[in-house]
Design a protein around this ligand. Structure first.
Ligand code: UD1
Ligand code: CA
Length: 480
């Protein structure tokens, strides 16, 4: 005989609600937390339980939600809730969608409770199986129980029902123990109990919580397991709760990296998303956001005040007050302050990008420098080349983008404009203010500005009596 402990597992994720309190065009469960949508956090927890089935109940903005569900849990079953509202109806349609042959245990969790972890759920499932009860729910004692369903126990401490805040009497509202909204049920028992439920309540909905009283009334066991860390159970219903949970999760992520050997000077102003990878002895200064698939290798220093999205920083590089997206910064390079690296900016080993420099789809080879006030787009800058202040690659002719190629050890004068497509050979120079429209051979100096002429006496003749004219006269008199 198959014992209770061997029973199969299904996880039902509730994600059909409108999330009205978010006041958002984005469905609630798609709001982001540390770079992952709420529903993504919950699906990762579901997958960690290794269930036979995951069923996600959707209705509000169902296509958009279903698309994100497929991204995080490709095998999940998408179940459409009909017009009948309520968490009870949601679980009922999920049970209908599970194969008839499935007679195991159903774990119900909410798409808006992102920090609930699989270890906590595993402990609840184990309790449920050992005690052979019909339902086990998770309860907690929050600082403020307003809005939650209250757990009603009899004199012996047995759970007999859950009453929703809006349906509760003053006496019931004084109860501190609340329903966290996550449950383990026996599939057959919960399915048949749901079939008997009515919607005579303040919200006119089929409440999942009414199953508890139905099971108790039928003489079946119902247990509540209290979880002390109420952060794990925090639901997100509005944007205040979203930012509270975000700070909490970020603190956990930062702490994890600190314990793994990363120096974080100011955890309060450091934001690290879940997809980021950091090596030991990375140093993060205040005001840094590391986002997406950013990876930082050992000994690199990031900050202060930098945002890196999907960016790789190799060992020993130094990135100061920089905004980078889709960039690659190789070992020993320095970037910033005030640099803007856009997708496919590739800063080679020991290269330098300085103040007020924007780089896009360009490769700076080893030791190349773009130190000041420049726009470099669609360019290839050779090893050891030095690009003078105020360089501009005119990469766009209004129709298409063209490349600029600058050879190794070239030195370009201040304020050079490279009109692409154009190539400068190795060891070439450009004069200050040059507009380079034609290729430059190796070792040549390119000049395009006409020779300077001085018109003697022009100021005194044309700006008579001005401070400039009298200064000029004084200077000339002093010479005589
Ligand atoms: C629910 C519980 C309450 C508990 C609280 C914990 C009920 C009736 N109440 O209240 O006892 O204290 O969670 O956070 O269950 N959903 C659907 N279909 C629906 C309605 C909701 O899938 O028709 C989903 C929502 O998207 C959400 C979850 O169910 O993910 C919970 O719904 P929500 O409206 O937030 O319930 P609460 O009022 O928080
Ligand atoms: Ca909720």
């Amino acid at each position: 005989m198959v014992g209770m402990t061997d029973q199969a597992l299904a996880v039902v994720v509730l994600a059909a609600g409108a999330g009205t309190r978010m006041k958002s065009a984005t469905p609630k469960v798609l709001h982001q937390l540390s770079g992952v949508p709420l529903i993504g956090h919950v699906l990762s927890t579901a997958i960690a339980l290794e269930p036979e089935h995951i069923a996600v109940v959707v209705r509000h903005e169902r296509d958009e939600v279903a698309r994100v569900v497929a991204e995080y849990a490709p095998d999940a079953l998408i179940v459409d809730q009909d017009d009948a509202p309520g968490t009870g109806r949601a679980v009922e349609v999920a049970c209908d969608a599970l194969p008839d042959s499935f007679s195991g245990v159903v774990v119900v969790i909410s798409g808006d409770v992102p920090l609930l972890d699989s270890d906590t759920l595993r402990a609840v499932i184990a309790h449920h199986r050992e005690q052979q009860v019909a339902a086990t729910l998770i309860s907690t004692l929050p600082e403020d129980p307003t809005g939650y369903g209250r757990i009603i126990r009899d004199d012996d401490g047995q759970v007999i029902r859950v009453v929703e805040h809006s349906d509760a009497s003053d006496e019931e509202r004084a109860i501190q123990e609340v329903n966290a909204g996550s449950y383990v049920f026996d599939r057959k028992l919960v399915h048949s109990a749901l079939g008997t439920l009515a919607t005579h309540n303040a919200q006119g909905e089929k409440y999942l919580t009414d199953v508890i009283e139905a099971l108790w009334a039928a003489g079946l066991g119902v247990h509540a397991i209290r979880v002390e860390d109420d952060w794990l159970l925090q639901g997100i219903n509005d944007r205040v709760q979203l930012s509270d949970v975000q700070s909490r999760l970020n603190r956990m992520i930062v702490r994890g990296w600190q314990l793994a050997g990363v120096t974080v000077q100011d955890p309060g102003s450091t934001w690290i998303e879940l997809g980021v990878e950091l090596a030991p002895d990375v140093e993060i200064l205040p005001g840094v956001q590391l986002r997406g698939q950013t990876r930082v290798e050992t000994g690199a220093i990031i900050g202060p005040d930098s945002t890196l999205l999907d960016t790789v920083v190799e060992s020993g590089a130094h990135v100061v007050r920089t905004h980078a997206q889709g960039a690659h910064i190789e070992a020993g390079a320095t970037v910033g302050p005030f640099s803007f690296l856009r997708p496919e900016a590739h800063v080679g080993p020991d290269a330098k990008v300085g103040a007020f420099v924007e780089i896009k789809n360009s490769h700076l080879h080893r030791g190349a420098k773009v130190p000041h006030l420049s726009y470099i787009g669609d360019a290839d800058i050779g090893e050891g080349a030095n690009i003078g202040a105020g360089a501009i690659t005119a990469n766009y002719d209004g129709v298409s983008k063209n490349r600029t190629v600058i050879g190794a050890q070239s030195k370009t004068g201040s304020h050079t404009v490279f009109v692409a497509p154009v190539q400068l050979g190795d060891g070439s120079y450009t004069a200050a203010g040059a507009v380079v429209r034609r290729d430059v051979p190796p070792g040549a100096l390119a000049m395009s500005v006409s020779p300077q002429r001085n018109l003697e006496g022009w100021v005194e003749a044309n700006r008579q009596g001005s401070p400039s004219a009298s200064a000029a006269s004084k200077a000339k008199d002093a010479k005589h």
